[in-house]
Ligand binder design. Structure first.
Ligand SMILES: Cc1cc2nc3c(=O)[nH]c(=O)nc-3n(C[C@H](O)[C@H](O)[C@H](O)COP(=O)(O)OP(=O)(O)OC[C@H]3O[C@@H](n4cnc5c(N)ncnc54)[C@H](O)[C@@H]3O)c2cc1C
Length: 419
């Protein structure tokens, strides 16, 4: 790697010389005329793909082309939750692969991403829901993923502030994954960017892809606001903008874009030291290291490309929070913001070739794309480098919507507003 290594010694050295020696974490290169691979989208998935292309496959003549700035998309807007508590065979090995990559991420990138395995606790509120969670936990354990079913006394020790006797949503227990937790989201973008840049990848910010040059069904490169960039292969990792970008190549994706909001409160004393999700509505919460309660809920429920949300959802999220832990009622909301979610029609992602030769697709991440970042990058890099799907992402085919092989993880059908 061409970048300096971060270590306790480099921190001490810089402390002694007034922090005058730090170099920029990545370069600002001009685009070259041609690359082996151009990745469209400098979010977590695009940057992770570039890193693993360089580190695992030795392919370094790569550019990541980003219309805004690194970390300005969903990778820097999410509620930072990572977990691998999935039920279906198409998903469980993929998300567990991701969890293992999270566990070694900071050493791999030489970057502090504040990976915090504080556990994820999914509450259940009825006997039927307990059965469903027990089934999920058993499926996880069959795949070698850690899972525990907690009864109420155990749960009271971990989360004493919950409203256990809520008449409408009594809490009957929880499914816990101890290895789940949170990761500082924008540090993930910065860490991958720095590591990929260190191996020679060009990260080109403020460069929007405006079209594709395709001849005889094969991709030749991308048209951008900074001119044409030739490429032998192009990988799309545009998250909420996937359908708009793919349309420029003549593709219509089984994806809708929806706004999802996140919220952070003023900083308070340590209150909750795990991730907790409500089982009777859509509400999930953790506490940041600065003390802010970080929480979120449902998508806004209408199609949108705007990176901001609307007031009714705020009310809905606040109601979920109050049903669960009334103690937060007097905490002030500090900020809220929105991101654009690429909602696929079965709630599961796509990592696949497209009908255009040399054009590859990584999309459909719905609510779950942050936790997927390392495995998504790993498997997309594998696909781009070898032209074959990685075994843990083999189910994420684009044609499954035509063949009926859906991975309907939440069992709610093809309706993004019900995911
Ligand atoms: C509020 C919110 C909360 C969330 N919470 C969680 C969570 O707790 N856990 C979890 O696992 N997931 C969560 N997610 C989902 C997760 O953040 C996303 O699925 C994931 O970040 C998407 O992948 P990405 O990081 O590559 O996307 P992005 O960071 O959005 O990257 C895509 C990039 O493509 C760029 N782009 C688009 N069009 C073009 C173009 N024409 N040319 C060049 N560049 C272009 C965009 O500018 C953007 O930077 C949440 C999402 C939101 C919005």
């Amino acid at each position: 790697m061409s970048t300096d290594r971060y270590s306790i010694f480099s921190v001490l050295r810089e402390a002694l010389r007034g922090h005058t020696g730090w170099k920029p974490a990545w370069r600002e290169p001009e685009p070259k005329a041609e690359y082996d691979i151009v990745i469209v989208g400098g979010g977590g998935h695009g940057l992770a793909t570039a890193h693993y292309l360089a580190r695992v496959h030795g392919i370094t003549n790569v550019a990541v082309v980003e219309k805004g700035w690194i970390g300005g998309g969903n990778v820097g807007r999410n509620t930072t939750i990572v977990r691998s508590n999935y039920l279906l065979p198409g998903n469980t090995p993929f998300y567990e692969h991701s969890m293992k990559l999270w566990e070694e991420l900071e050493q791999d990138l030489n970057y502090n991403a504040m990976v915090s395995q504080r556990g994820v606790v999914n509450l259940f509120h009825s006997d039927g829901q307990r059965d469903a969670y027990a089934r999920r936990g058993n499926a996880m354990r069959l795949h070698g993923v850690d899972a525990e079913l907690l009864d109420v006394p155990e749960l009271k020790r971990i989360l004493p502030m919950l409203d256990f006797d809520n008449a409408r949503f009594p809490i009957k227990g929880a499914l816990r994954q101890r290895r789940g937790g949170t990761v500082r989201h924008d540090a993930v973008a910065w860490g991958y960017a720095r590591a990929a840049d260190g191996r020679g990848v060009d990260i080109i910010q403020n460069c929007e892809v405006t079209g594709f040059r395709i001849e005889a069904g094969r991709i030749l490169g991308v048209e951008t606001t900074r001119g044409f960039i030739g490429a032998k292969k192009v990988g799309l990792a545009c998250a909420g903008n996937s359908s708009r970008v793919a349309a420029m190549a003549g593709l219509r994706l089984p994806i809708e874009s929806h706004a999802l909001q996140a919220f952070v409160s003023e900083g308070i004393k340590p209150f909750i030291d795990t991730v907790c999700t409500f089982g009777a509505g859509h509400f999930y919460i953790s506490q940041s290291d600065k003390g802010g309660l970080v929480f979120g809920g449902d998508i806004d429920g209408y199609n949108s490309y705007a990176q901001r949300g609307n007031l009714p959802t705020i009310e809905d999220v606040a109601e979920g929070g109050m049903a669960l832990m009334p103690a937060i009622g007097r905490v002030k909301l500090l900020r809220h913001w929105g991101g654009i979610m690429d909602m696929s029609m079965d709630g599961s992602p796509i990592i696949d070739r497209t009908p255009v030769a040399g054009l590859y697709l990584n999309a459909g991440w719905c609510y779950g794309g942050f936790k997927a970042t390392p495995a998504s990058g790993w498997c997309f890099a594998h696909l781009l480098a070898t032209d074959a799907p990685h075994e843990v992402a083999a189910a994420y085919r684009l044609d499954r919507f035509a063949t009926g092989r859906l991975i309907d993880e939440k069992g709610v059908g093809a309706q993004p507003n019900l995911h």
